[in-house]
Unconditional design. Structure first.
Length: 483
């Protein structure tokens, strides 16, 4: 496979336009004009079509194979949702359509979707109100941290630090820092894979604005001490932020609001359709309890007395705008349709199957690979390649060998607190046959690691590029191609 520039032939054309019948009027001043032609590639239409079709067939996605990328939830999502998102009445709705003229009737359908999705998320998460504005999980975290800052500021408090367990998602401390907080890391209790409550109690001070915790955490473990954490935080007037990016593990089983959580976010693009990965679009709605509602970003969808809907901007204590218009509407729409499609029972089944599948993989590979925390996992499991290290094989090599087996590699070297981590998330939508095939591949690779480690270390051999220099792959596209 060569680059499109390597296929270029001087003078070859993809289009032929008729000669212009009006005089050529140079509008760009001479000093700004090119001295020579731009070095664009010169190809026929067919060359271009074949090039990009060829590239697209080298893509790996949930539509082509098993994609157990831990923490990223690359699950299959019903195609009907894409159809719904493409419906003209939604897809072609202009964000500047009048809110008041014509009684706002032109936008009522979209506003109902947003309003009802907010209510559904409140019910699912046990929160008082939601904003759908944040455009990603990390954006939700930042929004949540800004809400917490506004809350404390309003009370004249000088709280300036946020405590973040080291088993939290990496975006957590950065979101808190961007919102202006100092962060301190709370260690994990290595006996149970949850944050060390004793350490938390010793660390919390009156300057602590919030504890920010990911649950299930990045070890795939549900933090059953959450109510204790909330109690400790609230006794110091600190709030608790819950990173619920992976709510697909606990749907219908646990509601953060019931445990006293003050602020949280959900990744719609992990739990409610829309696969994560690929750089978006996503949506990270933020839910709050009553004491934080006043600070939510604008605009907010409200239901009028006559049962029509409108966007309201009149919230003097609001943190203001965090996104243009109203978030990623099509992602919200797909989440809304997904929730209605599955219903309450279906959503519970999502979580049960996600957890069952992850534990099935974990138990099948126990002994073959090291298991750092030997307990029931949630929607994803964490293995370690430490056992394979003695043969010179690392998590990276196992990930590469999986590509030759026809699978997308899992997340590796994350979470940071596990050496040689491999984080596997099978999701609820995979069949037993697929999981068995993946398990068999992982066992073959472990066997090869022992018998012929050089084979594992030279994988993949089935791809056009084997192991690109990861920096060069992004910055210098002209690296060497094999075959
Ligand atoms: C994916 C994830 C995030 C970040 O979500 P983005 O949409 O990628 O910004 C945050 N926390 C956890 C636990 C996650 O799994």
């Amino acid at each position: 496979m060569s680059l499109i520039f390597q296929k270029s032939q001087p003078g070859r054309k993809g289009v032929s336009l008729p000669k212009c019948d009006v005089p050529d009027m140079p509008v760009i001043p001479e000093k700004y004009r090119r001295g020579s032609d731009a070095k664009l590639c010169e190809l026929s239409e067919l060359d271009v079509v074949r090039h990009f079709t060829g590239l697209s067939r080298k893509n790996f996605g949930v539509d082509t194979g098993f994609y157990p990328l831990g923490s990223c939830t690359m699950k299959y999502n019903p195609k009907i949702l894409e159809k719904i998102a493409q419906m003209k009445g939604f897809a072609e709705l202009h964000p500047f359509l009048p809110q008041l003229r014509y009684g706002g009737m032109l936008t009522q359908g979209a506003l109902v979707v947003l309003y009802e999705l907010e209510r559904l998320l409140c019910e699912i998460a046990g929160m008082n109100a939601f904003t759908l504005q944040p455009l990603a999980g990390a954006h939700g975290e930042l929004t949540g941290m800004m809400l917490i800052a506004a809350y404390h500021r309003d009370r004249g408090s000088k709280k300036d630090e946020v405590l973040v367990p080291d088993e939290s998602h990496g975006t957590n401390p950065s979101s808190a820092a961007i919102a202006g907080f100092k962060t301190r890391s709370v260690p994990t209790d290595h006996k149970d894979g949850m944050l060390d409550v004793m350490a938390l109690e010793a660390m919390i001070t009156n300057r602590t604005a919030a504890i920010m915790l990911t649950n299930p955490n990045t070890l795939g473990i549900f933090n059953s001490k959450i109510e204790q954490v909330v109690k400790i935080a609230h006794s110091r007037d600190a709030l608790v932020y819950y990173d619920g990016a992976n709510l697909n593990a606990v749907l219908g089983k646990f509601r953060p609001g019931d445990a006293g959580i003050d602020v949280m976010h959900i990744n719609l693009h992990k739990t409610f359709a829309t696969p994560h990965g690929g750089g978006g679009p996503g949506a990270g709605p933020v839910g709050v309890q009553k004491h934080l509602v006043d600070y939510l970003p604008i605009s907010r969808v409200v239901k009028r007395k006559d049962n029509t809907y409108t966007l309201d901007y009149d919230y003097p204590k609001s943190i203001g705008y965090i996104a243009p218009f109203y978030g990623n509407f099509s992602v919200c729409l797909k989440a809304y349709a997904y929730i209605l499609l599955l219903g309450a029972e279906g959503l519970i089944e999502v979580s049960e199957n996600a957890v069952l599948n992850a534990n099935y993989v974990l138990n099948a590979l126990k002994g073959v690979y090291d298991v750092p925390f030997n307990k029931t996992c949630m929607h994803e499991c964490v293995l370690s390649a430490q056992k394979q290290n003695q043969y010179g094989v690392h998590a990276l090599d196992i990930a590469k060998a999986l590509i030759d087996e026809g699978f997308h590699p899992p997340t590796i070297y994350f979470p940071l607190i596990v050496k040689e981590a491999m984080m596997i998330e099978p999701t609820e939508s995979e069949s037993r046959e697929t999981l068995d095939a993946f398990i068999a591949a992982m066992k073959r690779i472990a066997e090869n690691a022992e018998k012929s480690p050089e084979k594992v270390c030279s994988a993949p051999v089935s791809t056009p590029v084997s192991r690109p220099d990861e920096v060069k792959a992004a910055k210098d596209m002209d690296f060497n191609f094999r075959g």
